[in-house]
Design a protein around this ligand. Sequence first.
Ligand code: EPU
Length: 438
Amino acid sequence: MDFEEGVTLTKYLIHGGRPLHGSIEISGAKNAAVAILPAALLVNGKCRIENIPQISDVTLILQILRELGAEVRTVNRTTMDIDCSSIQNAPVPYELARRIRASYYLVGALLGRFGWAQVPMPGGCNLGGRPIDQHVKGFLAMGAEVEVRNGLIDAKAPGGRVCGGQVYLDMVSVGATMNIMLAAVLADGMTIIENAAKEPHIVDLANFLNSMGANIMGAGTDVIKIRGVESLKGGSYSIIPDQIEAGTYMAAVAAAGGEVEIKNVIPKHLDCITAKLLEMGVEVEERDDSVVVRRDGPITRTNVKTMPYPGFPTDMQPQIAACLCLAQGTSVVTEGVWENRYRYVDEFRRMGARIQVDGKVAVIEGVEKLTGAPVHACDLRAGAAMIIAGLAAHGDTEIDGIYHIERGYENIVEKLSDVGADIQILFVPDDDAQPQVG
Ligand code: EPU
């Protein structure tokens, strides 16, 4: 997509009610990329990283790496060479780091490499309280001193190098698991993480680090053991496909109807989503590295509870809720990970959805049709859910706050247009509040 001078990208306009047909190619996984790129800070040599998604969270992390002195060279659209051999340790720039959640991975990576890190507290989607106490617990167990003050996380290993330690996570945390792994790969001795997260991106980060010479065992189970090594050398690595991007397009076909092949996926990673769609009367056919999703009959009601992998992912909760708004009967959705992931419900109601929320539970009474309305993308996955609802609705849906969506979905407008969706980008000139279609 091109950004014209003097024009601000503001909204998506969807004319709904068209079934989707064709194929969609899935990009590299956002939540793997945002950990693997900071992990390059630990490597003494050139890393070639392939299948990097072109999303704004990645752009920000690459900018931070450059600020720290990394040499970043674009090989092609999705491949970068990153060389951190001659980086200097320095406080991470506040304006960049506070805009993304994943900036917390810079703490683990810089602490592991230099024995010292100073990183602004992270930003990212507002899903309720987002504490980092489990990350800190891990760093403390490895002998670091950690202080949070003036909006900064300051972590220091007294001898200049963290040592191995044992940490039992009080709750399954993706971020804490990856951050402790990052700090531990160059530590003096063995680190053990118990009650670790098992998401595909945890395994991907471990595979990346191991391919550079780390010694990590057990990633993908709830006990991960990391034996510290002296240094990591360069190499090549390709990031896994994005499970949630694939799931989002699967849900889009479920809601709008039609038949779409979702290509470049690992079907095993999609099992939790596929199982739910099958219960809802959607056909899903698994192939080697694609899934074909088909829906021409009614959507059946179901219940969904989100939980850590291999449970149903919280990052698919708003998108599946969009489908259930159109199901026959009443569905119950229970959010098991975040305390506040229903901020999108008021927006769905504008489109005619019937949803009641009580704490972590949403009761969705299916309606025969949704109607287009102006709505707001209040976070990344809520924004994706607004698109899904808009594709299925009768009439026009205008979505604002789309910078949230662009944090995590590469070329979403192009990918959906290619399968027949009527979706356009609206531009608003800086000096004029009237949108123009672009
Ligand atoms: N938690 C704590 N203390 C901690 C860490 C987590 O109490 O120190 C709690 C959280 O408040 C939450 C639960 O533990 O209730 C799980 O949080 P987790 O640490 O797993 O989440 P995260 O690492 O901050 C990542 C993804 C999220 C995704 C969650 C869960 C990234 C950058 N973000 O967040 O992705 O929802 O894991 O799978 O990887 C998204 O992509 O839309 C997104 C929000």
